[in-house]
Unconditional design. Structure first.
Length: 207
């Protein structure tokens, strides 16, 4: 079996990443979602740079973009919202075929839990994200629940690590909470002359 076959078999339709509205502006302007190590080197992003977390918990992996399969890491999102309480948030949904690209790493839990994770490239490493049980924080066993959709990873904190930067040519849609947010995103797309991307109002994806 191949990575592409796992994507099809499990009905995976998107790989997601959450960001602030200023973060989205930077991504649309650059036409790339960049790894954290590249952001502070880019002078054009200096005025809008707002990182999702205040501390790097997996410093050896700063050159990778952190993504999730099918649903965002709501634990990390809650932390990020508390850190930036006045920001509006967006969820970027990318075509799952990006997981077939060279150098993509699959991690069974949060990449910071290095003592307990399984990480690697290729189809076996991707399949491990959907195991009947994985280890999470402090080695806590996380079972796969019967009601989970096939496209959900066993641990909500499982990650897809994409090397360096991810082109917005693979961006399928942008999720927002309400109509006002949708108008703001539409305005940003137009102002930056970025190719159109569907904007979808889905408040439950953030909760």
């Amino acid at each position: 079996m191949t990575v592409e076959e796992v994507i099809i078999q499990r009905g995976i339709t998107e790989v997601v990443h959450f960001t602030t509205h200023p973060g989205l502006i930077g991504i649309l302007n650059q036409r790339q979602l960049k790894a954290r190590s590249l952001l502070k080197e880019d002078e054009t992003l200096e005025f809008i740079l707002k990182l999702n977390t205040s501390k790097i918990y997996d410093p050896g992996w700063k050159s990778y973009v952190n993504l999730s399969i099918s649903r965002i890491n709501r634990s990390l999102f809650g932390y990020s919202e508390n850190w930036h309480p006045t920001e509006s948030w967006r969820i970027l949904a990318f075509d799952p075929t990006i997981m077939c690209h060279t150098g993509v790493q699959f991690v069974t839990t949060n990449n910071a839990y290095w003592q307990h994770l399984r990480r690697g490239t290729g189809v076996e490493s991707l399949a491990a994200l959907f195991a009947d049980e994985v280890q999470g924080i402090y080695g806590r066993p996380i079972p796969r629940l019967n009601h989970m959709p096939n496209s959900w990873t066993t641990d909500i904190q499982a990650e897809v690590l994409y090397p360096n930067s991810l082109s917005t040519e693979f961006l399928k849609s942008i999720y927002v909470r309400n109509g006002e947010d949708a108008d703001d995103v539409a305005g940003a797309l137009a102002a930056l002359q970025h190719p159109d991307v569907p904007i979808r109002i889905e408040p439950t994806l953030f909760s």
